[in-house]
Design a protein around this ligand. Structure first.
Ligand SMILES: Nc1ccn([C@@H]2O[C@H](COP(=O)(O)O)[C@@H](O)[C@H]2O)c(=O)n1
Ligand code: MG
Length: 298
């Protein structure tokens, strides 16, 4: 006998009823979730940011987790002027990046300036991918709690994952590799270094920064052609700009957006709730994405 599918009710899902989980429009989310479930794994794809989304925003003792650029900077062979300049840039621009009082247009200009100054200092030295792989071993535990389980479920269900990062692609790939979660279903679109005469010569184009993660930078990749029949999307990010990461998909797509909120929680909460379907406050786990996958899997 064929069973009729049971409607999923948000109030019956403990992982969406925690104090730290905020949902602006539960009715809309309930409809979206039921569509995700009825589409099953075959219709699903994941689009996720890397820094502070696949990795944690803070460790258990409260310190910030290194970004992919910071992981690169811990390679001992890099010239000290690169590492010191890069640190200075981080100290200047990161507070701007997370400041809720700065209007978006102004912030975008600062971010373009940050990434182009970073591009300018990434010139004229050798880069050893093997050294980065070795360094990345130290950072594999920066991944959110239960990340291994999250990637294992996706792998078993054959669900493709786009990791869309404005960070440094080489570090993203190294950390995913060292954590044993990088496989054929995972594609990284990010900033990769180019070389000239064997030395680093800035980023390959287009440069991806926090606020241009959309179809304009995806257009040159073959990603959309690979997943065009998967119109159910779970999108995950920690920055408001991450919510645009699936902008290039057809308008008929059903996208559930999860936002990990950590900085300036009170000032940001309303904007995050307007932008993401599910907002998770200081949640350093993959509990909610895994909860959704388990519904879809079953
Ligand atoms: N020179 C830089 C530029 C940016 N960052 C940080 O990287 C993050 C971008 O990576 P996502 O995976 O989150 O897109 C961004 O939020 C910046 O804070 C950096 O550390 N150094
Ligand atoms: Mg991020």
């Amino acid at each position: 006998m064929k069973m009729s599918p049971k409607t999923i009710r948000l109030k019956e899902l403990p992982f969406l009823n925690e104090q730290t989980c905020k949902i602006k429009n539960p009715e809309k989310l309930e409809i979206q979730l039921n569509e995700l479930v009825s589409g099953g794994p075959a219709k699903l794809q994941i689009v996720s940011d890397f820094d502070h989304t696949i990795t944690k925003q803070r460790t258990s003792n409260g310190t910030a987790c290194a970004t992919s650029f910071e992981i690169f900077s811990s390679c001992k062979s890099l010239p000290s002027n690169y590492t010191s300049e890069s640190k200075k840039l981080f100290n200047k621009y990161h507070p701007i990046e997370i400041d809720p009082s700065i209007p978006l247009k102004e912030k975008v200009n600062h971010m373009i300036e940050w990434w182009s100054k970073t591009n300018d200092i990434l010139v004229g030295f050798a880069f050893d991918g093997k050294e980065l792989d070795d360094v990345a071993i130290k950072y594999k535990d920066c991944l959110r709690d239960r990340s291994d389980e999250f990637f294992e479920i996706l792998d078993k269900l054959d669900v493709p994952v786009l990791v869309f990062s404005a960070g440094l692609g080489h570090s993203v790939e190294s950390v995913l590799k060292q954590a044993n979660v990088y496989n054929d279903r995972v594609k990284v679109i990010s900033n990769f270094l180019q070389t000239k005469d064997g030395l680093v010569n800035g980023f390959k184009h287009p440069i991806i920064h926090t606020f241009n993660k959309n179809e304009t930078v995806l257009v040159e990749s073959d990603y959309s052609s690979l997943v065009h029949d998967r119109d159910n999307i779970i999108l995950m990010g920690d920055s408001l700009g991450d919510a645009d990461m699936a902008n290039g998909v057809p308008s008929s797509s059903n996208i559930v957006k999860i936002g990990f909120l950590f900085h300036h929680v009170n000032e940001n909460l309303e904007k995050y709730m307007d932008t993401f379907d599910i907002v998770l406050i200081d949640d350093q786990t993959m509990n909610v994405p895994i909860g959704l996958l388990n519904l879809i899997k079953n």
